[in-house]
Design a protein around this ligand. Structure first.
Ligand code: GLC
Length: 443
């Protein structure tokens, strides 16, 4: 096979919109919404196929209205959405010709993926599909010998007669269907490599070459090589033909962002749940407060990354109330402050070191501005570290455009090089979650 030559210019062109978008919605939905104990319910409870099939016979999301989903995502300030086309259980939310285990064969009879993509595009959002490389339904996928298959401990499900190559043909055919029959895909979110199942074990070069031939602008995550753990070959400086376009840290935010072996920043997206489950979980009410979710979005951007925030719709196709409340609250903050998110990243300027995170919050930068995010009020004026007085054109509240005066009172005289922004005498911040100070830099 000819040597793979990484085309950095094409790569940077491909990921540009993604780095500017910064904020997306992840959607985990399928049969597992009925047992409502998370998307791994079959594996965790070692549930036999025939027991799981009762959910297939029952699945009928009478309230499914993806336009409502897309509007909720847009309302929250999200710029893209990623829906599970097939999760580890193998159930296809699309009309695949290679299986009967699909949404068009359930009571709803609908191609849920097609409707989802139409809705996202109608709301002018970029749209992607998550596709699990695993498949606990397919006969040729490892069962008893696998480390996570629901029947992994049941000798009655030995791997005798299972042809993994036959599964790979099925998997590649489905990816081809998704890349052929559903218009322009913006993201292909594969999940996940584990043990010896990674890279060419998935025939990943052939898979990515096919996907890129059909969807030349699609961006692909790094999970043909790794999972939430590991960064992938692009980070290691020797990109494979199936290197991810972005690193996909899961349920955590990288302490320093993500860099390759040479210290160059990499494109990354943290995928995080609002509660503790990807799929709908009826008793998991441990939802992160909206204030925390806003600050985590700011944290991701301040470290040069994206946040893919998950919603697990219920079996009728509705978002949980807790999720809707948070999306609305995040949207309210984004209405006034999204300029400190979109097109922004680490507070680093030409030839200068990144500005250290301030005690009181975080800093994002972009559009020739620095954005000081004040999560916790300071005693006295707010030190705008990392910028010189002579570089400053104006200092404003981002939310209102109101001017913020600076102060160089005697108490600050020991720090002549630091610009201090005077937010006034009220100890309560104008926005107690995150008051954003916009520093417009001189051209
Ligand atoms: C893990 C989980 C999977 C989930 C994914 C999201 O891989 O196994 O259920 O879809 O994280 O990143």
């Amino acid at each position: 096979m000819e040597e793979y030559v990484f085309d950095r210019e094409a790569y940077e062109r491909r990921v540009k919109w993604f780095q500017e978008a910064r904020f997306g919605m992840f959607l985990h939905w399928g049969l597992y919404a009925i047992p409502a104990r998370g998307e791994w319910v079959r594996s965790v409870e070692r549930m036999p196929e025939e027991e799981y099939m009762k959910y297939f016979r029952e699945f009928d999301p009478v309230d499914y209205d993806p336009r409502k989903w897309a509007r909720a995502a847009k309302r929250a300030g999200m710029k893209y959405m990623v829906l599970t086309a097939k999760h580890h259980d193998g159930f296809c939310l699309f009309d695949s010709q290679y299986t009967d285990f699909k949404s068009t064969n359930t009571r709803c009879g609908r191609d849920l993926v097609a409707e989802f993509l139409d809705a996202a595009r109608a709301e002018e959002l970029k749209a992607g599909l998550y596709y699990s490389l695993l498949d606990w339904h397919h006969e040729d996928y490892p069962h008893c010998g696998d480390s996570i298959h629901p029947m992994r401990e049941n000798p009655a499900y030995s791997d005798e007669g299972r042809e993994f190559d036959r599964y790979l043909t099925y998997m590649h055919n489905q990816v081809r269907e998704l890349c052929t029959n559903y218009g322009k895909l913006d993201i292909l979110w594969f999940d996940f490599s584990y043990n010896e199942l990674r890279g060419e074990a998935w025939k990943a070069t052939e898979l990515v070459r096919m996907a890129r031939a059909l969807q030349p602008d699609v961006i692909i995550d790094n999970r043909l090589e790794v999972s939430g753990e590991g960064f992938g070959s692009l980070a290691e400086g020797h990109p494979t033909p199936y290197h991810g376009d972005f690193v996909s840290p899961e349920q955590m935010i990288p302490p320093q962002g993500v860099q390759d072996v040479n210290g160059n920043d990499l494109v990354w997206e943290a995928c995080i749940t609002m509660n503790n489950n990807w799929g709908y979980h009826a008793t998991d009410h441990f939802y992160k407060p909206a204030s925390m979710l806003i600050r985590k979005l700011v944290e991701c951007v301040s470290k040069g990354g994206n946040l893919l925030l998950n919603v697990g719709p219920d079996a009728r196709g509705n978002f949980p109330d807790e999720a809707m409340e948070r999306l609305e609250a995040i949207g309210k903050w984004m209405d006034k402050n999204s300029r400190s998110i979109y097109g922004c990243g680490k507070a680093v300027r030409r030839g200068q070191a990144v500005i250290e995170k301030p005690d009181y919050g975080r800093i994002t930068a972009g559009n020739h501005r620095l954005y000081y995010h004040v999560f916790e009020n300071t005693v006295g004026a707010v030190p705008l570290t990392g910028v010189k007085r002579e570089e400053v054109e104006a200092i404003r509240y981002l939310a209102t455009g109101a001017e913020i005066p600076t102060i160089s009172d005697w108490v600050y005289s020991n720090y002549p090089d630091i610009v201090f922004a005077q937010l006034g005498g009220d100890p309560v911040l104008p926005d107690p979650v995150d008051t954003v100070i916009e520093v417009v830099l001189k051209e």
